[in-house]
Design a protein around this ligand. Structure first.
Ligand code: FEO
Length: 394
């Protein structure tokens, strides 16, 4: 337990070992945490729980702080099992305790656990009186699931934002002013880029809605990572920036290569970009050798990308195909792109890459650069020139 205010304590679990999240979809190099909170007023309320593997440990720790029978209510801000995973074990012990969640939360919790608990549906603006304080519920559909909501605690001025404003970042320090700022913002941006990008327009609307309620916010307590207590609205301002077609003066080149030809073309393209625009940061990533979620964060920060693959079996290498399956779902906006790749016979990869880029929301510029066989001096010069032109159009 870590005290946040006189009435509120963190009772979650820091998961230092976690290296993959959502199955194997999301890399978590710095671990994560499942933040749960105990609010004690005349009534005691538990906000969220932890992932199922830690359920027994969570309940044992919780019992050191409160007699479970004294818990008057549970708030399930979000039904995904990294936050609801301890509910079955907990509600075996205290089956009558009401569970406050959205209507979609009930569907999702029933879908996961096939149990009919004492659900209490709440909507935006509904409140729960705790004695001296109130909880105010704010639905937040698609941030990032249809059932998501946030809960605000009056008097202490805490926004329990669930996944929004979180990071997969394990730290015993728990508060934003105590941790390494580069690490914190690297993880916060990676989290936004990989999880919240598809919902950017809703992020802006929801933030504007919450701000319009005029509720003072002294703390933002997300369900992963550190708690924002020093200038907590800094992360809200960042989200507003990230949600509006965010881009820096940066071009990312993603590629894969069979016999080094496409790699050499990638490097020549980079040379051309730097020749034309020395201030632009250019980074190259071989997708078969690089963590895809880290690359997605780089793409998120970029104003443009180049995607390259040699042709194999009339298509592209699987690392590119898999990458675009994920990027398509994220739906980046406001970024330029072009395709390149070596070929020896049929040479379909460049056209297919361009189609993938377009389908993924990029504005494709140029015809694409097809390089026959191993690039020689002439071909590399042509690639460098393509890089120059791409920089001019980006
Ligand atoms: Fe952290 Fe959507 O669960």
């Amino acid at each position: 337990m870590i005290r946040i205010t006189d009435a509120v304590a963190w009772v979650g679990k820091i998961d230092w070992e976690l290296r993959k999240f959502h199955g194997d979809e999301y890399s978590t190099h710095r671990g994560s945490s499942y933040n749960a909170f105990l609010v004690r007023d005349k009534k005691s309320v538990l906000i969220d729980t932890v992932w199922k593997p830690f359920a027994a440990e969570f309940i044992a720790n919780l019992e050191k702080n409160i007699d479970l029978r004294s818990i008057d209510a549970i708030v399930a801000n979000h039904a995904e099992i990294d936050h609801s995973g301890a509910l079955p074990l907990l509600l075996e012990r205290i089956p009558q305790v009401p569970v406050y969640c959205t209507a979609n939360g009930i569907k999702s919790l029933k879908g996961h656990f096939h149990t009919d608990w004492n659900f209490q549906v709440v909507k935006t603006g509904d409140t729960l009186n705790l004695g001296n304080r109130e909880l105010v519920f704010i639905e937040a559909p698609m941030l990032h699931w249809p059932d998501s909501m946030m809960t605000y605690l009056t008097q202490d001025h805490i926004l329990f934002s669930n996944d929004a404003f979180g990071q997969h970042y394990a730290s015993e320090l728990l508060f934003n002013d105590l941790v390494n700022q580069d690490e914190l913002y690297t993880e916060a941006l990676k989290y936004y880029a990989n999880i919240l990008t598809p919902f950017s327009s809703l992020v802006v609307k929801k933030i504007e809605e919450v701000l319009s309620l005029g509720l003072p916010v002294e703390w933002i307590c997300p369900s992963h990572g550190i708690i924002w207590r020093k200038n907590p609205l800094q992360i809200v301002e960042k989200y507003l920036e990230w949600a509006k077609e965010y881009r820096e003066n940066k071009i990312t080149i993603v590629y894969d290569t069979m016999w080094e030809g496409t790699r050499k073309v990638a490097e020549a393209l980079a040379k051309g970009i730097i020749q034309e625009s020395p201030q632009t940061e250019v980074k190259l990533f071989n997708l078969s050798k690089t963590d895809k979620n880290d690359v997605i964060a780089e793409v998120f920060r970029s104003k443009a990308i180049l995607a390259g693959s040699p042709t194999i079996n009339r298509g592209m290498l699987t690392s590119l195909a898999a990458f675009f399956e994920e990027v398509r779902g994220l739906g980046f906006k406001g970024k330029k792109a072009s395709a390149f790749g070596c070929y020896g016979w049929s040479g379909e990869s460049v056209k297919m890459l361009a189609e993938n880029l377009e389908r993924s929301g990029f504005k494709v510029v140029g015809e694409g650069l097809k390089t026959l066989w191993e690039p020689d001096g002439e071909a590399l010069k042509e690639a460098q020139q393509y890089g120059v032109e791409f920089a001019q159009q980006s």
